[in-house]
Design a protein around this ligand. Structure first.
Ligand code: IVH
Length: 694
């Protein structure tokens, strides 16, 4: 066994602690203190230390959450304490009856009885067993008596501590809780699936269930699953003095051991308190980033819980209050096609209006033709509509048993419903699009809305309705036309008084002065979001340089892959786009000069790799400095790598570089070269391109 230097061991411990803390801040406290990129950088550093010194790789290391070899099947697990279900209450009267039943049985005053109230997360119940503070087993609920051993999958959840925090915990205990997926994670997962032609999940619960039962934990590791604890089941206790503390107190212990508990949990008194909680939570429900299907009300005292006991499969001391369902059935009356900013045709379902989770739904998205095919839905069908929180209402299924004889197939129109241009479906794309470009008023409207939006040119007072009107009256055809609008004429528009017409003209004037990054984002190149626009601005420094960049030069930019590079390249080679850009500059749109503009880039076209720990700077700093010199910085070594900077404790990348004969330099050499390259890059610095700011 190789001797691990003390400094390396200490660094690994620090990284381990920092990563655990970051998980706790993010998942338990809802208070992230470091960015995802910083987290990844720490994780990579720990991974490389562990690669160099495998003895550092303990089972509870944060690097061990990436999944293991696929399993053939899941083992069966018998729950030491059965996992029961709950009785339901559907209205205030049933809640009041529950409180009365409990008080009668305990022969106490219901008004003073304490209840712990929690949201009922809509996911899957799991049981986690900890021995001496370490996670040893995680299982699904199954039929309540036996479940499946999904430990490998559960270990990949960053909200599940592999080792509990603190010192005061029982030697053997079980934590139960819900595994669920947030709406944001769910939508990102489905968007990715749609792009890759993979299975799309109907709702976050199904997505969570499907992910948790993945035999390949490497796949589970990529699914945005989270865990929230709701019960401590103590099996053996040598260190906790009062295991009979109230349930709400035990939830606080769980939090101190590193488990997420619901931030909405509350202890209330009597019938009034319980009913108020359920109503309050019902009002918050739609604003949450995850699905809840009700509230769980529990008698807080464990002694009272024991006295109350169970009836058949459910405890007498708890009840689930159920909210109205988030899914309903209705008729699909028609499908229309909406045209987006780059011409994408999106099918929108026109529904017989139906109330779902408190809101009337008449439209729902069908995403694209593949989705329609997957659902097998036809016009006239009875469909299942789902609406949760801010999620756009969706059609998640068809009730085929109720299909009338008169249904019609949904067909992609051959002509754009707005401008009549031919529609086309490009090779490898799921979406069909209108070929009309900016000739199509729908695309024009969307392009203008994007151009004026807050993160683009941020034109105050230029809302969607107004843009629709301006395009319909043909006062505005291109973004530059916006800046030619006059207050007098604008005041003619309905609902736009003289004062707001003046304000709008002033806002347009103010918006003319922007930044290069915002401008690049605003012009609406396909797949160039805010972050990519910022990288492009930083990298090229001027619109001129960007518009002339070759495909290779574009691909050298952080975040830009071959597809995006092609979109950018094509965009600048369209004469009408060039005209638009010139026109915009002609009406006075200007931006700040970007620092690197015009600077020579001695490392342009080169790919560098940083590995190990640098003494004098963080790896991110090193990376930024290389990028500023034009280099691309990659996470892996290949034949094409120009050089590898190997810091302290560099691992497998160093080895690979040596095998491939790629040049490796140490930190001292790196600093010398940086100094040399950076001076070369600033001495010859040319004045920033004046043509950018006419
Ligand atoms: S307590 C014996 N608390 O609801 C009582 N359950 O029908 C054990 N659930 O399968 C359950 N949120 O998956 C409890 N805060 C919460 C819950 C909750 C969701 C689920 C759980 C269980 C089902 C009970």
């Amino acid at each position: 066994m190789s001797q691990i230097p003390q400094a390396v061991r200490e660094r690994a411990d620090t990284l381990h602690q920092q990563l655990d803390d970051a998980n706790y801040q993010y998942y338990v406290e809802d208070d992230p203190r470091i960015t995802d990129a910083e987290y990844d950088a720490l994780l990579r550093e720990l991974q490389s230390l562990e690669a160099e010194h495998p003895e550092l790789k303990t089972p509870d290391s944060p690097t061990q959450r990436v999944g293991a070899a696929p399993a053939e099947r899941f083992e069966e697990v018998t729950h030491a304490v059965p996992m029961l279900s709950l009785d339901n209450a559907f209205d205030d009267a049933e809640l009041a009856a529950f409180v009365k039943r409990v008080a009668d049985k305990l022969e106490c005053d219901g008004d003073t009885l304490a209840f712990c109230c929690e949201p009922k997360l809509d996911g899957l119940a799991v049981a986690l067993v900890y021995e001496n503070g370490r996670l040893v087993q995680g299982a699904t609920r199954g039929d309540g008596r036996t479940g499946e051993d999904v430990t490998l999958n559960l270990r990949t959840l960053r909200s599940i501590p592999l080792k509990v925090m603190g010192k005061e915990y029982p030697d053997l205990f079980e934590v139960r809780g819900e595994v669920y997926m947030r709406h944001s994670g769910f939508e990102a997962l489905n968007a990715r699936a749609r792009e890759n032609g993979d299975k799309v999940f109907a709702n976050p619960r199904n997505a969570a269930a499907g992910s948790l039962r993945q035999l390949d934990s490497k796949i589970a590791a990529q699914r945005p699953l989270e865990f929230c604890a709701y019960q401590l089941v103590s099996r053996e206790n040598k260190s906790l003095a009062n295991i009979d503390a109230p349930h709400s107190e035990q939830m606080k212990w769980l939090k101190s051991w590193g488990f997420r508990i619901s931030p909405l949990l509350d202890v209330v008194k009597g019938e009034r308190g319980v009913i108020d909680f359920c109503h309050r939570l019902g009002e918050q429900r739609n604003g949450l980033d995850y699905d809840i299907d009700g509230a769980v009300i529990k008698v807080d005292s464990l002694r009272d819980q024991r006295e109350l006991g169970f009836v058949s499969r459910a405890p007498r001391w708890a009840i689930a209050y159920k909210y109205p369902a988030q899914e309903q059935t209705t008729t699909l009356n028609d499908v229309v096609f909406q045209v987006g900013r780059v011409g994408t045709l999106t099918p929108v379902a026109k529904l017989e209006p139906v109330r779902v989770a408190g809101v009337t739904v008449a439209n729902a998205t069908l995403h694209n033709m593949d989705e329609i095919e997957r659902l097998g839905v036809r016009i006239g069908d009875t469909v299942i509509v789902r609406r949760a929180g801010d999620v756009i209402p969706q059609i998640v299924g068809v009730v085929e048993s109720q299909r009338p004889a008169t249904t019609r197939a949904i067909e992609m129109p051959e002509h754009c419903p707005v401008c009549g241009s031919q529609t086309e479906r490009l090779e490898g794309e799921v979406a069909a699009r209108c070929s009309g470009g900016l000739f199509c008023p729908a695309q024009r409207k969307e392009a203008l809305k994007h151009f004026a939006s807050r993160r683009a040119l941020d034109i105050d007072g230029l809302g969607e309705k107004l843009i629709d009107l301006l395009v319909e009256r043909e006062w505005v055809k291109t973004p530059a036309d916006l800046f030619r609008l006059e207050a007098e004429r604008l005041a003619e528009l309905p609902r736009l008084a003289e004062k707001s017409a003046n304000n709008l003209v002033n806002a347009l004037e103010a918006a003319k002065h922007t930044t290069l990054a915002r401008f690049i984002y605003a012009i609406g190149i396909r797949e160039v979001g805010e972050a990519t626009a910022a990288s492009l601005a930083r990298h090229f420094g001027s619109l001129q340089a960007l518009s002339e960049a070759s495909l290779e030069a574009l691909e050298a930019v952080e975040d830009v892959g071959p597809v995006v590079a092609r979109h950018i390249h094509t965009f600048f080679r369209q004469p009408h786009n060039q005209e638009t850009l010139e026109d915009l500059q002609g009406v006075g749109v200007t931006w700040e000069e970007v620092e690197i503009a015009g600077r020579p880039q001695p490392l342009a076209g080169q790919t560098w790799v940083l590995t190990g720990t640098l003494e004098s700077m963080t790896r991110d700093d090193g990376k930024a400095r290389l990028q500023a010199l034009g280099a691309k910085v990659s996470g892996s070594v290949s034949k094409k790598t120009a050089g590898v900077v190997a810091g302290e404790a560099a691992g497998s990348k160093l080895e690979k570089a040596q095998n491939l004969g790629v040049e490796v330099i140490d930190e001292r050499e790196f600093l010398q070269r940086l100094a040399h390259w950076e001076s070369a890059s600033s001495e010859d610095a040319q004045p920033t391109a004046p043509e950018d700011t006419p």
